[in-house]
Design a protein around this ligand. Structure first.
Ligand code: PMP
Length: 409
């Protein structure tokens, strides 16, 4: 069952930023894979926290400190349920996906990766799921292996068995590609990785807001995502890790909160998750991330998926026949992301003309340069949808795209 137009309208009322004109036209915001807009409940949660509660967490004996701690820890529990982790100690707050991946690379990675080991990535990874591993591989003398991507923008599945071997210590892949929208068959890869004794990290930045995530069912070792791509504040993110792995990992950033006791002779470290949360976090942001989880959970996953796939189908059908237009990522299994190029026109020029008509899309390499080198193009134009995107907006986008192309040809 999809979300009815009336419900979409009431959802849109919760997003003040959507109700404005850009360049004299109603804003059509189709850059949701970069960041989603925020509902009033999230904005008001930030505002309310600073107006009524602001205090540092975990350490204070006073009323406000207690309140702030309870609200902060409430979000940890909400995130635990949201991804179905076994316990809230397995949820570590970070500043985003990039931060979460770097944490794993600098702790689990530095402890477990040695010279001659292999780290398996895919050709459609975001730079933040490539560079931290390259830095680690360089330091340790390990090598990076890559799952190739087909013309349709899917993993070349038949290559996986030969890429996984006893030297593979870690596999790190996204669940959904930010550049193509492909939903990758991570469950199969998790099984295969475990069968050869490797650990596996899932970059869920582009999946958590679009379909249900169940870390116990997936059985992944680590899972990372950002608050700002799921209707929450920027500067918030999550690292999920299995308790036994997190406990065995050394801390990364040293400072307050992550310690049990400090002396110049010997410092001992706090329990998880606090061991990985040095310093004052984005308290207001984490509390507001809880409001973002509530917002998502007001809808059912089947409604969200049905709505976003209708938009995808609608937009794909309308633009795929345009002269010289090529869609990158034509898997049958996609979220609401359409990446495309038009022969003879630079993506940036299309993006600029769309913006003049009020349509916000992303152009460029979307932090996936290796992927575009594989396709032999500098990048793409990317339109990406969210729960508040309407069919009327797809019409406006298609009309604006037609106009832009005819002006540029
Ligand atoms: N991975 C993927 C798949 C992404 O789409 C992004 C954001 N574009 C990131 C990682 C990095 O997320 P952040 O910038 O929020 O750390």
């Amino acid at each position: 069952m999809t979300i009815s137009p009336a419900d979409i309208e009431s959802i849109r009322k919760k997003f003040p930023v959507l109700h404005q004109k850009v360049n004299g036209r109603p804003l059509v915001y189709l850059d949701n894979a970069a960041t989603t807009q925020k509902p009033l409940s999230v904005i008001e949660s930030l505002d309310h926290y600073y107006k009524t509660t602001n205090a540092n967490i975990h350490r204070g004996a006073h009323h406000l400190a207690h309140q702030a701690t309870v609200m902060f820890e409430n979000t940890r529990e909400k995130i635990r349920t949201f991804i179905n982790a076994r316990e809230s100690a397995e949820i570590i707050f970070t500043s985003g996906t990039t931060d979460s991946i770097n944490l794993v690379a600098q702790t689990w990675g530095r402890m477990n990766i040695q010279a001659g080991d292999e780290i398996l990535l895919s050709h459609m990874e975001h730079h933040s799921n490539i560079v931290p591993w390259q830095m680690l591989a360089e330091e340790k003398g390990a090598t990076i292996q890559v799952i190739p991507v087909t013309e349709q923008g899917e993993w070349q599945i038949e290559m996986i068995d030969s890429l996984l071997n006893k030297k593979t210590k870690l596999v790190a892949v996204n669940h959904v590609s930010n550049a193509l929208g492909t939903i990758n068959p991570v469950a199969t890869l998790i099984e295969k990785a475990h069968a050869i004794g490797a650990k596996i990290l899932i970059d869920a930045a582009q999946s958590v807001a679009h379909f249900a995530t169940d870390v116990q069912k997936l059985n992944c070792d680590f899972l990372c995502f950002s608050g700002h791509k799921m209707y929450g504040p920027t500067g918030t993110g999550v690292l999920y890790g299995k308790r036994e792995l997190l406990e065995a990992m050394p801390p990364w950033r040293g400072g307050g909160e992550m310690i049990k006791s400090v002396s110049f002779e010997k410092t001992t470290y706090n329990e998880i998750p606090h061991k990985f949360e040095a310093g004052t976090p984005h308290i207001a942001g984490v509390i507001a991330l809880g409001a973002a989880v509530d917002f998502i959970q007001e809808m059912s996953w089947s409604e969200i998926e049905a709505h976003e796939s209708e938009l995808l189908l609608d937009a794909t059908e309308q633009i795929q026949t345009m002269d010289g237009l090529r869609i990158f990522g034509t898997s049958a299994n996609k979220t609401g992301v359409i990446s495309f190029g038009v022969e003879g026109i630079h993506p940036y020029d299309i993006g600029t003309l769309l913006d003049k008509q009020g349509v916000a899309v992303r152009t460029g390499h979307h932090c996936t340069e290796p992927l575009w080198n594989r396709f032999g193009v500098p990048g793409s134009v990317r339109a990406s949808f969210a729960v508040y995107t309407t069919k009327d907006e797809i019409e406006l986008f298609v009309a604006a795209l037609n106009k832009s192309i005819s002006m540029l040809k």
